[in-house]
Design a protein around this ligand. Structure first.
Ligand code: NDP
Ligand code: MG
Length: 392
């Protein structure tokens, strides 16, 4: 049976990589739903190439342009708008059996949760949803029998190394690798004046702007610790981070017998996406194999949490639990967006996250409403701190 794949965040870095892999396997895979945030023209162009049944633009003001663009291109693709349409297509059995969750930020939570509740196969790139509501998402997946394939390269690597039967009793430690980002080796003074253009220029991975900034602050690795905690039911004390600048070893699992398994490959997200799209079989992704002779060496070093405090802030939020990760994530989203707009400096990103976590209480996270409320409060507190110049 052909897998019908909904790509949420189709116009983004992960979305286009997913479509690249899908297009290589017309006998096996079909892009049945494509969704974007507000970029109508890019969405129409993707529809012309992939001919999905449905196209969704989250921003409702884009519907007229989407509809007329699809008609002008002679496509039978149905046009939809708004986040509710996304949720409806995520659960629709006709529309898709697989969902690539590749929207950036907490905006991806509802559609991802909807897909999980409907028992879909979810290729999860949208790490912010897990940070915000990991317990609820994992429970929803268990209850509905949904399969989650982690797409984040580290988690996809761990997924490949762990026993497929879900038995974690032999696992001693999970080690997430980190490239260190564009500012690895610098001290705080050297980071005072860095620009958004410098921060998004990642040395190894080509990614969207938000995750690129997260990689530069090391918040990305912090979010990934929380992501790993949920995906692999592993406590903070058995999750470690190792900086590996070549980005060839994508993560490692250490077992109690002294064995360590790692997954290696070129830094190209199409490998992880092919694992999710093809599984249980291996399918071609367009990524070449790894020539270790050509690369020559693999280096490892400890992360510098003094210069990059976001990693320690995220670790503390993971240990605190409750609403703390939701507060951390929301404050970080506001901070990264303000930094990209030139409104705050790079070093204000960790300062703002720390400010919000100190200003708001951490509550037990026993419902989605509590988490959404924490998210909204953190966004408000972060916005006020920027507007009032408390953090700049
Ligand atoms: P991009 O910024 O490249 O793409 C984001 C996508 O989300 C775009 O299609 C965008 O649409 C869409 N979008 C944005 N806001 C909304 C919204 N409110 N509603 C619906 N759609 C929206 O991001 P990436 O592809 O880099 O990252 C996507 C996710 O994957 C993130 O959570 C990131 O952390 C994760 N990830 C990414 C990796 C990578 O290599 N890029 C690696 C590991 C994880 P539009 O174009 O219209 O704005
Ligand atoms: Mg990653």
């Amino acid at each position: 049976m052909i897998r019908r794949v909904a790509v949420f965040g189709a116009t983004g870095s992960i979305g286009t990589s997913a479509l690249d892999v899908i297009a290589r396997h017309p006998q096996r895979l079909r892009a049945s739903v494509l969704a974007a945030g507000s970029n109508v023209s890019a969405l129409i162009a993707l529809c012309a190439t992939h001919r999905p049944d449905h196209a969704v633009i989250a921003d409702p003001s884009g519907l007229t342009a989407l509809r007329s663009g699809l008609r002008a291109a002679g496509l039978a693709t149905q046009a939809h708008a708004g986040m509710a349409a996304l949720d409806a297509l995520a659960v629709d059995a006709e529309a898709c059996d697989t969902v690539v969750a590749a929207i950036v930020g907490a905006a991806g939570l509802d559609s991802t949760l909807a897909a999980l509740r409907a028992g879909k196969r979810v290729l999860l790139a949208n790490k912010e949803s897990l940070v915000l509501a990991g317990d609820l998402m994992m429970r929803a997946a268990r209850e509905a029998g949904a399969v989650i394939v982690p797409i984040d390269s580290e988690h996809n690597a761990i997924h490949q190394c762990l026993p497929a039967d879900g038995d974690r009793s032999g696992v001693a430690r999970i080690v997430l690798t980190a490239s260190g980002g564009p500012f690895r080796g610098r001290d705080r003074a050297a980071l005072a004046e860095v620009t958004p253009a410098q921060a998004v220029a990642h040395p190894k991975w080509s990614m969207g702007p938000k995750i690129s900034v997260d990689s530069a602050t090391l918040m990305n690795k912090g979010l990934e610790l929380i992501e790993a905690h949920h995906l692999f039911a592993t406590p903070s004390e058995r999750l470690d981070v190792l900086v590996h600048p070549q980005s060839l070893v994508h993560s490692l699992v250490e077992f109690i017998d002294g064995s360590t398994l790692a997954q290696l490959g070129l830094p190209d997200m199409r490998t992880a996406l092919a694992v999710g799209l093809g599984s249980p079989e291996r399918i071609a992704s367009g990524v070449s194999g790894l020539d270790l002779l050509q690369h020559g060496r693999l280096d490892f070093e400890a992360p510098d949490t003094d210069t990059f405090p976001c990693l320690a802030l995220a670790r503390a939020a993971l240990i605190a639990g409750g609403t703390a990760p939701a507060l951390l994530n929301a404050a970080n989203e506001v901070a990264v967006s303000a930094f990209l707009q030139g409104r705050i400096r790079f070093l204000a990103i960790p300062a703002l996250v720390e400010h919000v976590l100190a200003a708001l209480p951490t509550l037990p996270a026993d419902s989605l409403d509590v988490l959404r409320d924490a998210d909204a409060q953190a966004r408000r507190a972060a916005g006020q701190a920027i507007d009032s110049g408390v953090v700049h």
